[in-house]
Design a protein around this ligand. Structure first.
Ligand SMILES: CC(C)(COP(=O)(O)OP(=O)(O)OC[C@H]1O[C@@H](n2cnc3c(N)ncnc32)[C@H](O)[C@@H]1OP(=O)(O)O)[C@@H](O)C(=O)NCCC(=O)NCCS
Length: 203
């Protein structure tokens, strides 16, 4: 059904294209606000890759889902913020669940102890996803603040990340060789325009 792997900093353009492809409702749910194409472009251009990791979900070589992890770097990364996005045609197919598993694995192995997620009060899927990990749930006006206690990493979580990373890149290689749509270019220019026109929003 697709593959998962971490993005390189040179692949910011892929992430931008994915976010621009989100339909209006998903885009609103992702950013908890009406977000224009320009805002998304600036958002992607401003990513600090020293404190950000992005896990991508790829289908036929195209990025259709993402988990964005932002750490606090001072003094050690013990807290992180997570944000998820899955394109409409791939939603409710466990892509978000699989991204969450991988994001928490990365956090465990970096000794992060708290993962924070902000979503809309109406976002049942995101809440269900986080509540599976016994997230602390706080509602404030139209938003929900979810905090997950991340367990300590161990040798098995380190091995799991290693193997998953290896499989992800192996599948990316297979995509290049076999997939007609898989124009895998890890060194494409950052901030390339979206190949698919994004839906127009009112503002
Ligand atoms: C929220 C989101 C990441 C979830 O990912 P997903 O792949 O669609 O969800 P999954 O299939 O992994 O399902 C997650 C949970 O929601 C439940 N679910 C799936 N579809 C559902 C639906 N239509 N209504 C209610 N619950 C639903 C699943 O049963 C699962 O719960 P469980 O773990 O208790 O079984 C995805 O829908 C998305 O990107 N939405 C738009 C952006 C967004 O809302 N981001 C979150 C804010 S950061």
């Amino acid at each position: 059904m697709g593959t998962y792997r971490q993005l390189l900093s040179t692949e910011a353009g892929r992430y931008q294209e994915h976010l621009l492809r989100l339909d209006g409702d998903s885009r609103y749910a992702r950013f908890s606000a009406i977000t224009s194409d320009d805002v998304i472009r600036r958002y992607c251009d401003s990513i600090d890759w020293r404190s950000t990791k992005i896990i991508g979900f790829f289908k036929d070589g195209v990025m259709r889902g993402a988990a964005e992890i932002r750490y606090n770097l001072r003094p050690l990364p013990d807290q992180a913020e997570l944000a998820f996005s899955v394109e409409k045609e791939c939603q409710s197919s466990r892509v978000g669940t699989n991204l969450m598993v991988r994001a928490l694995l990365i956090l465990r192995n970096r000794a992060v102890i708290k993962a924070h997620i902000v979503c809309l009060l109406s976002n049942r899927r995101m809440q269900k996803l986080a509540l599976r990990y016994r997230a602390d749930f706080k509602a404030h006006r139209g938003d929900v603040f979810l905090t997950i206690d991340v367990p300590y990493g161990d040798i098995s979580s380190l091995l799991a990340e290693l193997v998953d990373g290896y499989l992800g890149w192996m599948n990316a290689g297979i995509d290049i060789v076999l997939g007609p749509k898989s124009s895998f270019l890890p060194f494409e220019r950052i901030g390339q325009p979206a190949s698919t026109p994004a839906p127009r929003l009112a503002q």
